[in-house]
Design a protein around this ligand. Structure first.
Ligand code: NAD
Length: 499
């Protein structure tokens, strides 16, 4: 398809969304317009909600929680609604992918794949809704039986980022719903459309009113007010470590709401000399290129054994040169646009700083002029010193820093030399080494001879400053429950007061 034909796929006028409270759409009082980062045209108009709107959403979620219309259902009925939602996502897959592309800039083929993953999230969570259970203590003596009950924690606030607007939403929402909680979601202001579309699909699937509410607007106002809200029992926040830290303060200063935090990363990918270097290089290119490196689990620090480092960097640079950057509607495109102008400037700033600090630029480093939108070449730096910002700080863009090591201990030390601990990848054919490094590197997700693999069955989350708690899988449901210990006496009471 030529450029003109891609133009035909663009909306003629921006699609306007209200916000969703208590099972009904409400019109905004004020709006902001989102521009496609790939095409520079307005694509959506999103309501700028007020704190009164937020209060109404929290009140609706509270009512829906307290009236037991959701928490009181058998797990099997909750599962039925989650499975019908999965069907709804299948039917509207192309529509969701389309708006995800327009607001985020990611390739359409990638967006469709992400929605398949989202469908799987709903299916896995449906199973979890039926299997969630507590425990029993049949060892307290003949007169006492102990039970632990898992109860939904209550009203959950959910704040999501712009890099995977729908995927991150769906790695949380079905698991929160499976637990019996109700929620108020605040998507990133630049990527709100698909979170709103999900409201429609959940309602069609039979979700009672008030269980899933969406308010839209800026993080500084509506996000902060949700984090501060005294009637929210738990906040699940996914985004930067800086805002995650402010959510901790907000919880401490309000009602000590429980927090789930999924924050930043500076994730290592360790390559030993015995690895299949072509497989590893392909994985490294994918690890930093996928979603333009705007990925919390992007492997942005290459840690490669010195004996093969130069050879490996050459293979890698060659692969990076073949990555197809372009219009996200082109089925050949592997990397789309940088999602916001601010993020584009941040990435270009880091590239300039890396060069200024003396890192060696082996590939890329340039913005690409495609006539519209903002695009950046995948970029590879080597010969860094440990203090250079480009190798230490989360850039959230397609910029990779290469470090060299001689021993396994050095590789482990380099991998752990970060305040973050979100994910790590390791490439070797030596099983002893693989197990040693896997057990010693502090990261919540670990991939051996693969990268970014896995589905909604396994939990996700970070060590160190990458976050608290886990999402997805059975743990991702339990995270939204609290445990009540129950003691039941059988037989007569041994009296305290003599009769
Ligand atoms: P961000 O922290 O700026 O924003 C994330 C969300 O928080 C948005 O919805 C935003 O509106 C809201 N927000 C902003 N200020 C707020 C405040 N004061 N109080 C409450 N909410 C507020 O992050 P971003 O730029 O959207 O996303 C990039 C960051 O997210 C990166 O650091 C990345 O690593 C991280 N991230 C982490 C994961 C993970 O699973 N660990 C996934 C994706 C992104």
């Amino acid at each position: 398809m030529n450029d003109m034909a891609y133009g035909a796929l663009l909306p003629e006028t921006p699609r306007e969304f209200g916000f969703f409270v208590d099972g009904a759409w409400r019109a905004g009082h004020d709006w902001f317009t989102r521009t496609s980062p790939s095409h520079d045209i307005p694509v959506t108009r999103i309501a700028r909600c007020t704190t009164d709107d937020l209060d109404a959403a929290v009140a609706a979620a509270r009512r829906a929680f307290e009236n037991r219309s959701w928490a009181g259902l058998p797990g099997a009925e909750r599962a039925g609604i989650l499975l019908r939602t999965a069907e709804g996502l299948r039917r509207r897959r192309d529509e969701i992918a389309y708006w995800e592309v327009l607001e985020n800039g990611k390739p359409l083929t990638q967006a469709r794949g992400e929605i398949d993953h989202c469908i799987a999230c709903f299916e896995v969570a449906a199973g979890a809704a039926r299997l969630m259970h507590g425990d029993s203590f049949n060892n307290l003596g003949d007169s006492l039986l102990g039970l632990t009950l898992r109860e939904p924690i209550g009203v959950v606030g959910l704040i999501t980022p712009w890099n995977f607007p729908f995927l991150i939403l769906c790695e949380r929402v079905p698991f929160i719903l499976a637990s019996g909680c109700t929620l108020v979601v605040k998507p990133a202001e630049v990527t709100s459309a698909t979170t709103l579309i999900l409201a429609d699909i959940l309602a069609e699937a039979g979700l009672p009113g008030g269980v899933y509410n969406v308010v839209t607007g800026a993080g500084r106002t509506i996000g902060q007010a949700l984090a501060d809200h005294p009637d929210v029992d738990m906040l699940s926040f996914t985004g930067s470590t800086a805002v995650g830290r402010s959510c901790v303060h907000a919880s401490a200063d309000s009602n000590l709401k429980k927090l789930g935090l999924e924050l930043g990363g500076k994730n290592p990918i360790v390559v030993f000399a015995d690895a299949n270097l072509h497989d590893a290089a392909d994985a490294v290119a994918f690890g930093i290129g996928f979603n333009t490196g705007q990925c919390c689990v992007s492997s942005s620090r290459l840690i490669v054994e010195r004996s093969v480092a130069r050879e490996f960097e050459t293979i890698l640079a060659d692969k990076m040169a073949k990555i197809r950057v372009g219009d996200p509607f082109d089925p050949q495109t592997q990397i789309g646009a940088i999602t916001t102008q601010a993020q584009n400037d941040t990435i270009m700033g880091y590239i300039a700083q890396g060069q200024k600090e003396g890192a060696k630029l082996l590939f890329g480093g340039r913005a690409l002029d495609l006539g519209r939108g903002h695009f950046i070449q995948p970029t590879l730096f080597s010969d860094l010193t440990p203090s250079m910002a480009v190798g230490r700080e989360e850039i959230f863009g397609p910029v990779l820093s290469s470090f060299h090591f001689d021993t396994t201990e050095q590789a482990i030390a380099l991998a752990n030399d970060t305040v973050y601990g979100l994910a790590a990848s390791l490439w070797t054919r030596d099983i002893d080494r693989a197990l040693t490094v896997t057990r010693r590197v502090r990261a919540g997700r670990f991939w051996v001879n693969t990268i970014m693999a896995g589905g909604p069955e396994t939990p996700i989350g970070g060590f160190k400053q990458s976050g608290w708690g886990r999402e997805s899988g059975l743990l991702g449901v339990e995270e939204y429950t609290q445990v009540k210990s129950v003691h039941i006496e059988t037989g007569g009471r041994t009296h305290w007061i003599a009769s």
